[in-house]
Design a protein around this ligand. Sequence first.
Ligand code: AHR
Length: 710
Amino acid sequence: MQLGYQFSEKKMRSRVSDFVWKRLSSRVRNIDPIMKRSLIVFSLAAATVASAQTNALEMHMSAGQNVAAPVLQIDAGKVTGKVSPTLYGLMTEEINFSYEGGLYGELIRNRTFKSSVQNPVFWSAVGDTKIAIDTNQPLNAALNLSLRLDTSKATKESPVGIANGGYWGIPVKSGMTYRASFYARTKDFSGPVTVAIENTNSHQVLARATVSHVSGGWKKYEVTLKTGNVEATKNTRFVLSTTKSGSLFHKNGTIWLQNVSLFPPTFNNRPNGNRPDIMEIMGDMHPKFLRFPGGNYVEGSNMKDRFNWKETIGDVTQRPGHRSPWGYWSTDGMGLLEFLDWCEDLHMEPVLAVFAAYTLDKKHVDAAPYVQEALEEIEYVTGDAKTTKWGAQRAKDGHPAPFPLHYVEVGNEDWFDPSNSYEERFAQFYDAIKAKYPQLKVISTMGYEHPDKVVKSRVPDLVDEHYYRNQEEMMAHALDYDKYSRTNPTKIFVGEWATRVGSPTPNMAGALGDSAWMTGMERNSDIVLISCYAPMFVNVSQLNGRDRSMQWPSDLIGYDALSSYGSPSYYAQKMFSTMRGDEILGTDSQNIPTREWRPRANRNGNAPAPQQIREVFFDATRDSGSGLIYLKVVNASSSAQKIDVQINGAAGVESTGEAVVLAASALDDTNTLQEPTKIVPRTEKAEGLGASFTREFPAYSLTVLKIKTR
Ligand code: AHR
């Protein structure tokens, strides 16, 4: 997480008029960004005096006296750049029960019994029996222990078994079909095993199926369960039980179990697949890429728990699993191929983060073996199924066709590495990847928000910048990318960003900060090629306590076992992503209302001076095919704003268009599981448009105005 680094130029920026700023910026536009920063700061010191009058006027306006209407000017004759077609994507890692208890369909928690080697956590005994972890009866080297169930006291009237409450409940709806499976081996036992989903309080059985004969060495057993006409509930548990105590000649039977699994219907009916409702929410955003598997998750808390991709492929029972840096066990059921299938299902490209020989315990190791591992991983993703080793492995795992891949990121947030070993590690990865895959764009994790740390020995194709901020900080920084160099060959990936206001999911204040920020990324998407919000998911079932489902507040999409919803920030992003255009139009503005903001103190406890920050943000893009202009206007103020819009350089502007508006009556208005659509975009006809028009933009709103032009 980045800790609020601020260029001093940004402080200066807020103190001069647009006019002064533009003249300065255009003078230094084509210089190296670090040199540029010094020049701007120097020039601004001089310019501040000259702009004192303008400043005084802006302060005066913000005080609300004699306020002139804000003016937004769009130059339809001036295309300043192409909107990056891949600007909006998704970022994912195992955090907040994103896959286990989230997107990944598995409903049984701790299906492999490896969450704790001492106890069968999340499992309980049913009936008169004892259950225990047994390291002497492993299924295989990956799942190297099992759960032992003593059946000796089982009777028809009083079965014995094990129960699992899932991830804060097992979802039950009418007419749902589940696939249950388990591995079992027995001693002195031969008989039926029943699996069921039952109501936790009433013990009413909602779905049931029986394997008639379980006996002998390790074998996989599978059944299908179906619910009837039932009320939707998550107040449920899964029960595996038997009524038989032993075999014909022995009364004291034992069953060992491993990989006890229950799957609901999945998106596209993929066997080891994903929850359909969450896939649909994401799909509605039309994301262009998926950055995976992290985030901290790619690094791991230590070497043992890094994301070791080779241990995440093939049959799920060959995946040992590992502990997520966010504190809970991952079975790695969501492995490399599942990430790629997810991309395919939502028509996204992977942005593949490879392990870069550095872990979160601040240790780095010789990179050479991991460079090789990364090359093999790229081959697994893209290699030919017939002529490459890892392409053939992918085909064996079920996907003969290679996946498209353009971006590979080396590590994550390596500015945390106190030894500064990234320069060298990046160079090793960069050279090897470029040598074998010259077409790939290689991303460095050192962005310009850490200017003293950017990689120098190689020219990364992109750098990954991370911004976690509050609403005012997002607004104060929304114009930052206007100042980046246009000639720098290194482009920008905003690989993690979010306005962290509202929990578990952001509220309208978050959506406004995000929207202001997105106008800046979109207006500069000639250099900001890709971007993704983080974190994307949160299981909202249990927000506090030791066994909490949330590790990081303010996440884009929330869910429990039964249902899911998008936050206001989700809808804002969906609006940007689905109404994008392909040309960035020149814009200018006057009389933008501002308000005073006191930035929070820095790490040394020094509170920076108060600044004026804008309350209205905008950008304009156009669909070159149809001439449709998308004017995005963010009004972050508490009152509606009458804004003059002027469109120059268009042969004609139609008077009727469309407005898509996301608005709230208070900053803390939000969506929840109970009120999932309290804040959603509304579409309305927009009239009175033209080359020059005035429109009222509601308080606390994001509006996308679709203006038809010739
Ligand atoms: O998004 C949550 C975490 O924030 C990511 O894992 C990490 O990259 C960043 O610090």
